[in-house]
Ligand binder design. Structure first.
Ligand SMILES: Cc1ncc(COP(=O)(O)O)c(C=O)c1O
Length: 397
């Protein structure tokens, strides 16, 4: 398998983790030699309820045996998607009562860009330095990290950048601006929280100039940060909310929420303003319904904050400069990238799966499934502290 993986499957880096997976359950990934690995990454925040949560599996199996795909998005009434939209909207404010289900986070962001341009008749978009919103051309245009996007120019015109949390730059948003697109908590940049009511101030400026505020909660959403969506904690409701990753516990999905009025923009002049074959797919929507239900019935929203506290208490080490983030979206920050690299690579040897952040080389992500147990947290923390001790002892440089 390993040879075929490198020979036939497209690679995104010269050095993939390359763990050969046999199965996965809860917070454990079991490799081909039946060894258990503790998953502290959750498929990069996607497996919110862990692997193969019984209720998600049952919902998928039942729906797969009923119908899977019958028609492109929006033409027929399919219970899983309709009920999911209703159930999700019941947890959201009045500004966000209409859901467009798509296939991935980046596709939801593409739809948001299109909707913002159409609704305002403007083209200028502000995004943030070091932001990540996806890898397709529109989303890539919003990536505030030149080294990873320069090679793909020309990209979308009229995209400009703000430094996240820099209040004095908010005045750059003007009546020419269609939308300001921000991650509620910056992910790839290093799990950076908004400070001093930053999002609220951006919201106010958008209202002043008639621009739309788009928040990307693809990573912090679905309970990972202690509330269903992180924006609930920052006094700010967006016009458009972009979601994905954890919403279906590991099944491919994305979504765009706005008011019904705003979303209507996509259905006329021209009609079919955004279309998708598989968006709202019945099997995936069934997984999303089961995920939403279990997030509440198993108390994962409060659980994320309690578990954050356990990580913070047990992760004391002189090499850890800072623990950033909220809930189970945490990043360990080190003085040097070598320490982060050592921790991830040594973790693999000890069968705890950790991973890097996109643009912050001195950080290691801790984004386990929300179902991680206290015992597993203690084990993870002991291993991490132990690895950092061994880094010091080896004098690795
Ligand atoms: C904040 C954020 N936005 C957008 C995306 C893109 O989502 P997807 O990979 O599902 O296209 C990601 C994925 O890592 C993300 O973290």
């Amino acid at each position: 398998m390993r040879d075929a993986f490198f020979k036939y499957q497209a690679q995104t880096t010269p050095h993939p983790l390359g763990l050969e997976i046999a199965r996965a359950e809860g917070c454990l990934i079991i490799d081909k030699d039946a060894r258990e690995h503790l998953d502290l990454v959750a498929g990069v925040s996607a497996c919110s309820l862990g692997h193969c949560h019984p209720e998600v599996v049952a919902a998928v199996q039942e729906q797969a045996a009923t119908y899977m795909h019958v028609m492109v998005y929006g033409e027929t009434i399919q219970k899983p998607a309709v009920k999911y939209a209703e159930e999700l909207c019941s947890k959201l404010p009045q500004e966000l009562q209409c859901l467009y289900l798509v296939n991935s986070g980046t596709e939801a962001m593409e739809a948001a860009i299109k909707l913002a341009r159409r609704a305002t008749g403007r083209t200028e978009i502000f995004a943030a330095k070091n932001a990540y919103h996806g890898s397709t051309l529109g989303s890539l245009s919003l990536m505030g990290y030149e080294a990873r996007k320069g090679a793909f120019r020309p990209l979308l015109p009229d995209v400009r950048f703000l430094h996240f949390n820099q209040e004095k730059e908010i005045s750059k948003i003007t009546t020419h601006t269609a939308a300001v697109i921000l991650e509620t908590i910056q992910g790839g940049a290093g799990f950076i929280l908004p400070q001093n009511d930053y999002l609220k101030k951006v919201r106010e400026r958008c209202d002043e100039v008639g621009a739309l505020l788009v928040l990307d909660e693809i990573q912090p959403g679905f309970g990972r940060c202690g509330t269903l969506f992180a924006f609930e904690q920052f006094n700010c409701t967006p016009d458009l909310l972009v979601i994905g990753k954890g919403m279906a516990s590991g099944m491919p999905i994305g979504g765009l929420l706005s008011s019904f009025e705003l979303m209507k923009t996509l259905q006329s002049e021209p009609k079919l303003g955004h279309i998708t074959t598989f968006g709202g797919n019945a099997v995936i929507a069934a997984a999303a319904r089961a995920t939403l239900k279990a997030l509440y019935s198993e108390n994962h929203l409060e659980g994320s904050l309690e578990k954050e506290a356990l990580f913070r208490i047990q992760l004391k080490h002189p090499l850890i400069k800072e623990i950033r983030g909220r809930g189970l979206m945490l990043a360990l920050l080190f003085e040097r990238a070598e320490i982060a690299n050592f921790l991830v690579l040594e973790g693999i040897k000890r069968r705890i799966i950790l991973f890097w952040l996109l643009f912050e080389p001195c950080a290691v992500r801790l984004t386990p499934p929300l179902v991680i147990s206290k015992h597993q947290i203690t084990h993870a923390c002991q291993q991490i502290v132990d690895i950092l001790d061994s880094f010091e002892q080896l004098g690795v440089d």
